[in-house]
Unconditional design. Sequence first.
Length: 493
Amino acid sequence: MTAKQLYTAAQVRALDSAFIASGTPATQLMKRAGRAAFEALLERWSHPEEITVYCGSGNNAGDGFVVAALAAAQRIPVNVVLLGDEEKFSEAAQAAYQYARQEGVIVMPPGPAPTSGVIVDALLGTGISGEVRPEYRQVIEQINASGLPVVALDIPSGLNADTGAECGLAVKAGLTVSFIGLKRGLLTGRGPALCGELVFDDLGAPEFIYEQVQSDITWPEYAELRARLPAREADAHKGHFGHVMVIGGDTGRGGAALMAAEAAARTGAGLVSLATRPEHVGAALARRPEVMTCGVISGQELEPWLERPSVLVVGPGLGDSPWSEQMLQQALASGLPLVLDADALNLIAAGRLWREGDTRDNWILTPHPGEAGRLLKTDTASVQQDRFAAVQQLQQNYGGAVILKGAGSLVAAADTPVQIITAGNPGMASGGMGDVLSGILGALLAQKMSPADAAALGASLHAHAADLAVEEHGQVSLLATDLLDYLGALLGD
């Protein structure tokens, strides 16, 4: 079992060229792509009242012409709205254009939006990097406002294939049919929201062409990641599975730290303890008596407790008070493996407890885009413009493993490909989700997983638990603690 490879636009063009060089003509590939898209369209909408194909000038338009020709051959009413310049068509796109005309397809300039049927987006493809030009923007606005189902060919027009960022404006599709190589921008940033259901077709590409193009982004399956967790021997005892201490829960924020501790216990840590403000001890013991809880009012009081744990989770509910800084300072000085989240990351970013240029290899950082921006001395928008570059820069700057959270979470570690985690759902946009993830990660580190493997499995486990929980609770009502009940089933025996 191996992870799927994800590619940049340039890498997919290299795959395409290698495919053609192997003896498959470009016109044949275009026909295969058009047919794959047409069949996917009919599988989703079996009897479309009509089909309107929007085409630009590139090979993406050629795929659209093939879709139109196939629809006409089956006597489905079809029109092509052409924004592109026929004189700029490649030889293959010109052949596809003539094929559509021979089938009686009507080609027209932009006009009023269709009011029925299915729209096919074959406007821009993977070549775009700057802002969408005004004439295309106007048509994309028309497509998005139509309320009709949209099928995007290869990638929604206006989505950057390399980064997942929206180039000013992009088509919002219900179905995207991607060809030859999966584009990495489909799976992170704005990609998941814009591409809808994702269907991939390799168009019959031979395996050897993929060996010619090296990708540094992978899309692992959960089962592959789960297999990295060491199995338990029949004579195992709690000492074999580590001791996680969660440090956090400043005044009024005790719940965050307790959620992290409970998640660590549910994910298999042999022992779990919690260092928090004294006023939270009673509630913690009542909620989860398996968690050993101590109240500490200073870093000096915390120090002796740090002799017992094997892993520290710092940040859930930590706050930004002098107490918070003392807790983090002691944790950093301990030399123990760490998971840092939330306020711990903000304190690191502020530079008072961590010198720029220092790195360590035994921690996992879990920023959301805002926290990532602070760690990189930039802003959220810049992080989201290229999440791949951001997570790699974070890893280079701080070491260890980094999870850049969000739709299509990214996991980076030294000397390994960036991994993308696509499970999860919008119901996770609620308080406490990151605290639960931190506890999961701490437990996996305690069970002797490397930071890289623990980060990837933890992010995937967390997201899959949310997907199971949302089936019962729904997206609007999903709570972070709802995930805890599903961790055991996903971890299995």
